[in-house]
Write a protein of this length. Structure first.
Length: 265
């Protein structure tokens, strides 16, 4: 079933090849714009580094968030919410595979397509524009592994939000709040290092940094993210978060399922 889902997603994606071209082109334009902006900032400050980031690392940090967002993106909460409103979820629950596994299969099956049609073209073009002098095969492998864990964490948080739709019918408000928190506290726009120290301490106890900040820092091989010990430590912490949220999702799903009643729409 999983591989069938991958093939279906691949066929669907082929119908939207123009959208991939537009997405890659837009990312390239924004990347070049960031190069111009940060070149001026580094020149004005007359410094080789800003909060520990070299010019190349800073540009690539922002650039890496473009393809990280595509690698981890999934929206099971919308699927669940729409299923509840339309009544289709009642039919979905009759199928032999659980909803969590079904939504997971849908989410992960699209990633091979995203990797080949969006990530790789964008990555290659970015390398041509400004070669990443910090990148190596080992660093790239560590980045892919961390990004894969980020996807699982992102999926589970979204599934948890989706289960809330059993009570609230629509998960849109919770999704908006989640997106704001990820953008502000996850380092999507700027590294968390730019935040005040007090705010940084709070953020480091939350899971949001694992969506952009941590994968991007592994990608640019920033100091503090270079050794094998910090890599293993990060994996362990992320796995703990994944297990905790999975348990929370399972508990809430069973609780909400007992209260679910559908009349077909």
């Amino acid at each position: 079933m999983f591989f069938d889902s991958v093939i279906i997603n691949l066929k669907i994606s082929l119908f939207y090849c123009k959208s991939f071209v537009i997405s890659v082109s837009l990312n390239v334009v924004i990347f070049i714009f960031n190069i111009i902006i940060f070149k001026s900032i580094y020149s004005y400050n007359q410094s080789q580094t800003i909060v520990g980031y070299s010019f190349s690392q800073m540009v690539w940090y922002i650039g890496s968030t473009f393809f990280i967002s595509r690698l981890i993106y999934c929206n099971p909460e919308n699927s669940i919410s729409e299923g509840i409103i339309s009544g289709e979820l009642a039919l979905r629950l009759l199928k032999p595979i659980g909803l969590l596994k079904w939504e997971y299969a849908k989410a992960i099956s699209s990633k091979p397509v995203v990797f080949t049609t969006e990530f790789l073209p964008t990555f290659v073009i970015f390398i041509y524009i400004i070669p990443p002098d910090f990148l190596s095969i080992i660093v790239f492998i560590k980045f892919i592994i961390i990004s894969a864990l980020s996807f699982h964490l992102f999926f589970l948080i979204n599934f948890f939000i989706g289960t809330l739709a059993f009570d609230f019918k629509s998960a849109r408000a919770f999704t908006d709040i989640k997106n704001i928190l990820i953008v502000l506290l996850g380092g999507a726009f700027l590294p968390i290092d730019f935040f005040p120290k007090t705010v940084q301490k709070i953020i480091f106890y939350l899971p949001f940094k694992f969506f952009y900040y941590v994968p991007s820092n592994f990608f640019i091989n920033k100091e503090g993210y270079q050794g094998i010990s910090v890599f293993i430590e990060t994996i362990v912490i992320m796995l703990i978060w994944i297990v905790l949220i999975l348990l929370l999702c399972t508990f809430l799903w069973k609780l909400m399922l007992k209260r679910f009643c559908s009349a077909g729409g």
